[in-house]
Design a protein around this ligand. Structure first.
Ligand SMILES: Cc1cc2nc3c(=O)[nH]c(=O)nc-3n(C[C@H](O)[C@H](O)[C@H](O)COP(=O)(O)OP(=O)(O)OC[C@H]3O[C@@H](n4cnc5c(N)ncnc54)[C@H](O)[C@@H]3O)c2cc1C
Length: 459
């Protein structure tokens, strides 16, 4: 029997690992693989920081699994095709009867697994990426939900009725950091601790100190009011079932206390589930098709200069620009800002959401197809339970509401450091009057862009 790690780089609550441990004898040599497939990952637009983060966790896993007498080998192969042939050869050579792994949701990953089976590899798959199994949250006609709120109700009912399977920790010391650094690209992700430290220090701190204020603080980008757990969930280094288990431990009524301030956070975890369940039912989303087919023929504008200004954080709208600079500099962006910049690209600049989706994936440490596609299609109004096309964020108003003193803006746009609060959200006129030669000029005018977008979408 062989264990194959993929998007589940953890020993904690890992169903494939549990099965493997229960069905192999500890004294026999236990073997596991993890494939580093950079060209495949690049095809999927995975960012350097995410790849670095994965490699750090793979190294940590080698040490953790050694304590369980499992030798994890990290194998470099180019792509999924090579993974299949490598496994096939290994299984034939070593007479491996069965390969154990956790399933992956995305289209190419599923095609790869189908190819393994076609090639004669006996693959036993478990589900490790969601709390409620995919395909189990359905409406009364047995269809998947296309609106979040009824999905959420049904999801909560499912958890109340059937609970959820949490396998718990196994006896390994997962605080250990990796000693070797050979696999690391450039330490790009070093600002993020390993999952073990996140689980034992950062998450309890968030639960104890920040969760109750989450609903109030989650929209303010200058405050660290959100959990920062997304990179760990995106690479499977932390289990979503462990997240719910810990939450229930701390707030036993959370599943029914939907009005409590803490529920606001669980609500977001359920959004994650919503998009994963959606991708399970609608694999065409992996091919970046509009969820709502009526938008299939939209003729997005092809404006390279405007797109570049957006990527570089030089649109002339400070909140949009600060957000893009946060992404470019740190590999992460605050959720409120993801909504603002996505709305700006699609509705102010009328540029295809797919370009924004791709750019995000190429930069984000938490790049995740289901959540990213869901978020982009939500903002572009092409998605499942998306915002209506006529809802267009005013980037100046968003700035006044969510960064009232301009603290976040000044952090990422030091050239606006001296601009007074009353001008910080749209400093164009102020700078012009000072006759400064800053680039500061908006690429589009908000009111005009809004009217254009309304006409564009209506058409
Ligand atoms: C255009 C756009 C693109 C996005 N791309 C991604 C992505 O590639 N990867 C990603 O993990 N999230 C993505 N999100 C969702 C969200 O912005 C991030 O999950 C969140 O900012 C991560 O920070 P956090 O862990 O501190 O979140 P918290 O506020 O602490 O939330 C906890 C967890 O809930 C989940 N969650 C929160 N909001 C959402 C949401 N809107 N949709 C789905 N799940 C959510 C995440 O797993 C998150 O880690 C995107 C949102 C938008 C609008």
């Amino acid at each position: 029997m062989l264990l194959w790690f993929r998007n589940d780089l953890r020993t904690h609550d890992n169903p494939a690992l549990h099965y493997f441990l229960n069905n192999t004898r500890s004294e026999s040599s236990r073997k596991a693989f993890f494939f580093v497939s950079e060209s495949q990952w690049r095809q999927h637009d995975w960012s350097t920081i995410k790849i670095d983060f994965i490699k750090r966790h793979a190294l940590a896993l080698v040490a953790e699994l050694a304590e369980l007498n499992i030798a994890l080998e990290i194998v470099y192969v180019d792509d999924f095709k090579s993974q299949v042939s490598y496994l096939k050869n290994y299984c034939q050579k070593h007479k491996v009867q069965q390969v154990i792994a956790n399933g992956e949701l995305e289209f190419n990953e599923q095609q790869r697994d189908a190819e393994c089976i076609k090639q004669g590899i006996v693959l036993k798959l478990f589900e490790a990426d969601v709390i409620v199994p995919k395909g189990k949250v359905l409406n009364q006609s047995g269809q998947f939900f296309k609106v979040f709120t009824p999905f959420k109700k049904a999801w909560l009912q499912y958890v109340q009725r059937f609970g959820f399977e949490y396998l718990g920790k196994i006896g390994v010391d997962y605080h250990k950091g990796p000693s070797a650094t050979a696999l690391l690209d450039n330490g790009a992700s070093s600002a993020w601790p390993l999952a073990g430290e996140f689980e034992t220090k950062v998450m309890p701190h968030f639960f104890n100190e920040k969760l109750t204020a989450y609903a109030n603080n989650r929209d303010i980008p200058s405050i660290k009011g959100t959990s920062g757990i997304s990179p760990y969930l995106a690479i499977g280094a932390i289990s979503p079932r462990f997240v719910l288990f810990s939450l229930i431990n701390k707030f036993p009524d959370i599943i029914v206390a939907t009005d409590s301030p803490e529920f606001a956070w669980l609500n977001e975890i359920i959004w994650r589930e919503f998009y994963r369940h959606l991708l399970f039912h609608e694999q065409r989303l992996c091919k970046h098709q509009n969820f709502n087919e009526k938008y299939q023929d939209i003729e997005w504008r092809s404006e390279q200069v405007l797109f570049q200004a957006w990527c570089d954080g030089k649109t002339g709208y400070p909140l949009v620009d600060a957000a893009m600079r946060q992404l470019n500099q740190t590999g992460w962006m605050h959720n409120r800002l993801r909504m603002v910049v996505a709305s700006f690209l699609t509705k102010h600049l009328l540029i295809d959401w797919r370009l924004g989706e791709k750019y995000f994936m190429q930069k984000l440490i938490d790049g995740d197809l289901a959540a990213n596609n869901g978020g982009w299609q939500w903002a572009a109004s092409t998605g499942c339970d998306a915002q209506p096309y006529f809802r267009i964020f005013n980037p100046i108003r968003q700035s006044e509401r969510f960064d009232p003193n301009g603290d976040f803006i000044r952090k990422y746009i030091p050239e606006l450091m001296e601009v007074p609060v009353k001008h910080i959200h749209f400093p164009h006129q102020y700078i012009k009057e000072l006759q400064q030669t800053l680039y500061w000029s908006p690429v589009v005018e908000h009111k005009e862009a809004r009217l254009k977008a309304l006409a564009f979408y209506k058409r």
